[in-house]
Structures are given as structure tokens and as C-alpha cells.
Design a protein around this ligand. Structure first.
Ligand SMILES: *Cc1c(COP(=O)(O)O)cnc(C)c1O
Length: 337
């Protein structure tokens, strides 16, 4: 099976496992795990931010950020396709009691004028607009990336209106590599950033929340309340340190593989459109001759594992465990479909 369902399916490499085996550990709830402390410091430094918090998942880092930034009754602005809204179990309402203002962006990307238009006036009838959350790369947008100028324009709207600015950067490193952007610029621009180690960076577990010392202090308390305080989790942090050092510069390979597969898909008559491939996600839309579920099962019989994300949309994600031979085989299978 060649597994393109997600970049979360990767297994730790032998060298990553070796790094994990060597990890020095302690009880992180007491702040005594040297590997976690090192990972938190390393990641904060990469982005030029004050502090970081290691968490079990990207859902937790996003939800803790939203909890830190809002009060019940506040409103969060984000794109309609955002992971924080679509795929976190209604967590914004459940954990933070906040409402959400959804924007219809371009492949998951919203703009400064769109944000400006939906900020509520200071009026007792209205929810208090409090937080703007971007997603880069956008998952349901097919791995689309923001231009940094647009991010700066949205930041300006946030600053002028007293709004907090959060980034769901589950796949931020893919965007940094694809757009040749600088992590420190992101650190300067956002109040908080969530990054996943368990996606394209190939770790078995883990996400990081980056922010100010004050915010991360608060976040550490919420992590405990959410049940995410871990003990000798330095074994996992060691995988994260290894990934930040070794698995970022290779991401262009995943992007290149995705482009090759997309080019093969482009030639199929039953495919209405392939969304532009900017990073490691390929999303394509089918015509009426076949449903996404049927195509996914047909591909599965040929050894290619994809994911139906809508009735007529299929997603394939490239990652660390996809070899050049697998790409070649996949293209051959696509040609025969
Ligand atoms: C995967 C993902 C997350 C976090 O997911 P977890 O499975 O909880 O780690 C958050 N945002 C986006 C855009 C994602 O793709």
C-alpha cells in the first residue's frame, strides 16, 4: 500500500528512533524534562518568540491558544474551511464558549478587507470580536500558502482594532520552504503560532504552541486542565528536536512529488480540476461519472491509499515515507485509471 491519506501516517526513521533512545528525560509537569525544555527553547528561538509549550496534538495547541486569547461570548474570525472550526470537535464553543465568524476565502486564505468587514462594532447586541486565526498552509485549501504581504495587511487590521492574531501552522514549514519565507518574520507578526511535528516533519507525536512568556505561562495551566500535562515525554521531544534539525530542508522533495502526481491527474478526463499544488497536498475534483468514494476504492485496489474529503473531492498528501519508486508506481496507476 502506498499511503497518501495524510502526512500523519509516517513512521519514525531509524535515526529519529536512535535520537529518541538517547533522550534525557524527567518529569515535565515539574518542568524537569531536559529534552522538552530544549525543544521548547529551540522552537521559540527559530521563530524569535519568547516561549513555547510542547503538547500532544495540534488540536490541543490551537484550542489552548484560543482559550488563552478569548473570554466566553467573544468571537473568532477565520476561514470557513479552517481546521479550528471544521475538525476540532466544536472545540471553540466547547472549550472557550466563543462564537465564530466564518469567511469564504480563496482556498482557505482570507484577506485584510474581508477581516475588516466583519469586525463587530462595540455594541451590547454584538459578540466582542477578539481573535483572527489564519491557517498556513491551508489543509482544505489543498496546501495553499499565504503571500507574506497579505499576512502583514491582516496583522495591520488586527493591531488597529485591538484583535489578537493566531496562526494555525500545522504545516507552516511547508509554506516556509515553498515560499522561501522566514520563520522569524512569522514570529514578529503573530501573537501565537501552533506548529505540528507529527505532520510533514515525521514525528510520531507532538505539537508546539509559541507565544510570549505571559501567554505560555497561561497556556501551561490550560494544558494541565485539558489533561495534556505529560511526564517523561522527552522521548517524544527528542524526535521533535531531530525533526526540526533534519526534516525541514527536505520538504521540497514532498512538494516536487506532489507536483508530479498532480500532473498525471491533470490528464484524466474524469477529473474536473486539480487544485493548484503549492506544497504537499493534492486535492482534485471529479466530474459526475464517478464519486470520490468509488474512485478511492478503485485506487485502493491498485495499492494507492487516498482520502475522500467530499462527495466529489479526493485528497492525496505526500510525505517523508513516499519514495521515488512509489511516486513512479502511483503515476503508472493513475495512467491506467
Ligand atoms: C492536523 C492539523 C491540525 C492538528 O491536528 P492534530 O491531529 O490534533 O495534531 C491543526 N490544523 C491543521 C490545519 C491540521 O491539518
Amino acid at each position: 500500500m502506498i499511503d497518501f491519506r495524510s502526512d500523519t501516517v509516517t513512521k519514525p526513521t531509524a535515526s529519529m528512533l536512535e535520537a529518541m533512545m538517547q533522550a534525557k528525560v524527567g518529569d515535565d509537569v515539574f518542568g524537569e524534562d531536559p529534552s522538552i525544555n530544549e525543544l521548547e527553547m529551540l522552537s521559540a528561538d527559530m521563530f524569535g518568540m519568547e516561549a513555547a509549550l510542547f503538547c500532544p496534538s495540534g488540536t490541543m495547541t490551537n484550542q489552548i491558544a484560543i482559550k488563552c486569547h478569548t473570554q466566553p461570548g467573544d468571537e473568532v474570525i477565520c476561514d470557513e474551511s479552517s481546521h479550528i472550526y471544521q475538525y476540532e470537535g466544536g472545540g471553540i464553543a466547547f472549550n472557550s464558549g466563543s462564537s465564530v465568524k466564518l469567511l469564504l476565502g480563496d482556498r482557505g486564505r482570507i484577506t485584510a478587507p474581508m477581516v475588516q468587514q466583519v469586525i463587530n462594532p462595540d455594541d451590547v447586541h454584538r459578540a466582542r470580536t477578539r481573535l483572527v486565526s489564519l491557517e498556513n498552509t491551508s489543509n482544505r485549501g489543498g496546501g495553499s500558502c499565504y503571500e507574506f504581504d497579505e499576512i502583514l495587511a491582516i496583522e495591520k487590521v488586527c493591531r488597529e482594532n485591538g484583535l489578537i492574531f493566531h496562526l494555525d501552522g500545522a504545516r507552516l514549514f511547508n509554506a516556509l520552504v515553498a515560499k522561501n519565507q522566514d520563520a522569524k518574520e512569522y514570529g514578529k507578526t503573530f501573537d501565537s503560532i501552533s506548529i505540528c511535528l507529527s505532520k510533514s516533519l515525521g514525528c510520531p507525536v507532538g505539537s508546539l504552541l509559541l507565544g510570549t512568556n505571559d501567554m505560555i505561562k497561561k497556556a501551561r495551566r490550560y494544558r494541565k486542565v485539558f489533561g495534556g500535562g505529560m511526564r517523561q515525554a522527552g522521548f517524544l521531544a527528542a524526535a521533535g528536536i531531530y525533526a526540526l534539525q533534519k526534516h525541514i530542508s527536505r520538504l521540497y522533495i514532498d512538494h516536487d512529488n506532489a507536483r508530479q502526481i498532480a500532473a498525471a491527474l491533470q490528464k484524466k478526463s474524469f477529473i474536473k480540476q486539480v487544485l493548484p499544488v503549492e506544497t504537499n497536498i493534492i486535492i482534485f475534483e471529479l466530474d459526475d461519472s464517478i464519486s470520490a468514494a468509488d474512485l478511492v476504492s478503485k485506487m485502493k485496489q491498485a495499492g494507492i491509499f487516498g482520502y475522500a474529503i467530499a462527495l466529489n473531492r479526493v485528497r492525496l498528501v505526500t510525505h517523508l515515507d513516499i519514495t521515488p519508486e512509489m511516486v513512479k508506481k502511483t503515476i503508472e496507476v493513475i495512467e491506467q485509471l
